[in-house]
Unconditional design. Sequence first.
Length: 627
Amino acid sequence: MAEKKEFQAESRRLLDLMINSIYTHKEIFLRELISNASDAIDKYYHWALEHHEEPGDLGIRIELDETNRTLTISDNGIGMTKEELEENLGTIAKSGTLAFKEELKKQDKDQSDIIGQFGVGFYSAFMVADEVTVYTRAAGSEEAWEWKSQGADGYEIEACDKEERGTMLVLHLKADDDQEDYSQYLQSYRVQDLVKKYSDYIRYPIRMTVETTQEVDGETRTVPEEKTLNSMVPLWKRPKAEVTEEELSTFYKQHFFDFTDPMKTIFFNVEGNVDFTALLYIPSRVPDGFYSQDYKPGLQLYSRGVFIMDHCEELLPPYLRFVKGLVDSQDLSLNISREMLQHDHQLRLIKNRIERKVLNELGAMLAKDREQYEKFWKNFGLDIKFGIYSSFGADRDKLENLLLFYTTDGGKPVTLQEFVSAMPEDQKDIYYVSAKDTEAAAKLPVVKSLQKKGYQALILTAEVDEFVMQTLGQYKDHPFTNASSADLDLQSEEEKEQLEKTSEENKDLLSFMKEALPEVSEVRLSARLADDPVMLVAGNGLSFEMEKVYAAMAAQQDSGMPPLKADRILEVNPDSKIFALLKNTWQSDPEKAKAITEVLYDQALLIEGFPVKDPIDYARKVTELIA
């Protein structure tokens, strides 16, 4: 007797979306169901290897019945137990309808590609069918089950007779209406076209009985003929010259669940110590969930055209985790395991060749298509930086010439080589400043002082940037120097002598200021300030940017340990009007001079992106001083 069950809430909402025909490309239901059948055969193939069973003739079959308005898709794959049937068809196992619906709201997406992306391919059947029946028998099982649903109201499950393992889907197509011709999916030519369009690379035969005309005893007759609809030649197995860019892009979107064309396709073969074919893609956008823990990097791994595993991380260095694609090698075992991968010499050779090829392609993009490379850098530059930092500099020679930085000249991002080539002859160090963006960097006092000397600086905006600078140390004999460090030594001998003289004349005032500011290790006059009255610089050791990074890490970990702090030095512009005012006030009103000093320090903190200790007290002092 049939057991009636309800769909889970999310499945019910998704079915409602499907049934109410929100999609403009209903034809993709066939792609999704064939893809599911192919996956089921893949799983059976592995099951057969593990159970020492001969796989036999594996394939997918399509049957059309115009009279009863049914389209049937059958496979002899792994099949499902009753529990698997309920889990796979009664729920949305991993993807939520809410996320699915959020994607639909984005008007720039092709809705036909969202279905596969969210793992809800089976439910696409309800775009064209008002009833779906599934007959299935799991490999190694004597039991078979029937699953039937007419949509969001629920489904029924009961035992049934099925002689062979595998799954058969019977779709009872909806009646035609003014908006949609559902009968087209019962036409042989239309189904053949759709299979060729979407599923030609499926490596198992997709068979269907078609009507053909033949000469029989001098007469032309229409006779049924068994026909394989797909070429079964994987795209990457075809000669490169015969594969179009459109085919490569379509394969990428369908196979890797993206809705945009890839930025770059890398398709190559290697013969030698290890033979393999690689079809790689650099996405044109940051993949969904790329920076979440759930994101799974890695390439698909095949051996002689047979799928081995998804997300094989051993084929790529971590800093290239944005690369999608597949590798097919003649030399790998079909039953290679995750443990074996870590020690497989051939896999390491493949990884090295892939890494070299991708980096060469990125270098060529940088040299020949700068606009495209800048788009790539905006999306994935952070990963290249992490490649330098996480390898402790071991990969610097591979990656340092791919780095891009904005600079204080306000132009487009430049490479390190371009920056060094543009430096004045007397500039030996590569200066850098940290800021939230280029606009904030341009306002920093130290930037103005550098520009006064004719120098520019790199602008670091990511948390990892300063780690990268410290890891690299230098570029072509030019050391990286934090422009906010204690001593840049930018003054001429004459300027140094004048500064020393002025400092000596004002040493008592500087001591007074130091006593008013216990947070700083030193208050001193500076010759590198152009327009600003004060600035904070870090002493030797921890920089301000590193202090912020460690503070953020400590807050996340909630360790209770006191945060690391950089040594603070307050530099004062002796030529500023505020310093002249401070000197006069110090003699006549020390308390007011102390308040001015404290306000100047708070302003220096704000310029460096630090919070002031007491905002209310700061505001009151400013009000009193200007009143």
